[in-house]
Design a protein around this ligand. Structure first.
Ligand code: GDP
Ligand code: MG
Length: 172
């Protein structure tokens, strides 16, 4: 079975843990310690390929510790998470995206998916679809709007990433 390492990155409180745990355990985390960092494993099928994913849910203090660099070096694919209810969380995604390309030596084929979370919180939404669509078009990255609470489009994120990783890292 193919094995891939996936790193979930983004600002604190955007919903990284809720997204990860919804994907791995199919439950919604109402509250979760923001400082907990944990690696999960799940088998997934995409395009007829079965893959075992190790998903690292990071905890957010990385920019101060240099840990990001270690994670990015070890990661095969990246989920960049921001909250649709927090416009400021978009900036962190842009920083992370640039960090990834720099650390991966300018490899623009590195598998990345951009995720806007908390789609169910309609009245709290701060990031319009137009804003994010023009950003991801400029970045050339796939984008999904999700709700970990409602389980909307969560699997799509990881399936897209697996397809990218299969293409980027062919088996011999
Ligand atoms: P992290 O710091 O990025 O890991 O953020 P968490 O996953 O801990 O989520 C922060 C808060 O947002 C928690 O109270 C979650 O229950 C809540 N949350 C996360 N995702 C969603 C979602 O899709 N919908 C709603 N309504 N709340 C969410
Ligand atoms: Mg968390």
């Amino acid at each position: 079975m193919r094995e891939f390492s996936v790193i979930v990155l983004g600002a604190g409180g955007v919903g990284k843990s809720a997204l990860t745990v919804r994907f791995v355990q199919d439950v919604f985390l109402e509250t979760y310690d923001p400082t907990i960092e944990e690696a999960y494993r799940r088998v997934i099928e995409a395009d007829g390929v079965t893959a075992s994913l190790e998903v690292l849910d990071t905890a957010g203090a990385e920019q101060f510790t240099g840990l990001n660099e270690i994670y990015i070096k070890s990661g095969g694919g990246f989920v960049l998470v921001f909250s649709l209810t927090q416009e400021a969380s978009l900036r962190e995604i842009d920083n992370l995206r640039q960090q990834i390309y720099r650390i991966k030596g300018g490899d623009t084929a590195v598998p990345i998916v951009v995720v806007g979370t908390k789609l169910d919180l309609v009245s709290e939404r701060e990031v319009s679809r137009g804003t994010i669509q023009s950003l991801v078009a400029r970045w050339g990255l796939p984008f999904y709007e999700t709700s970990a609470k409602r389980n909307w489009h969560v699997a799509d994120v990881f399936e897209d990433l697996v397809r990218q990783m299969i293409a980027r890292y062919p088996s011999d």
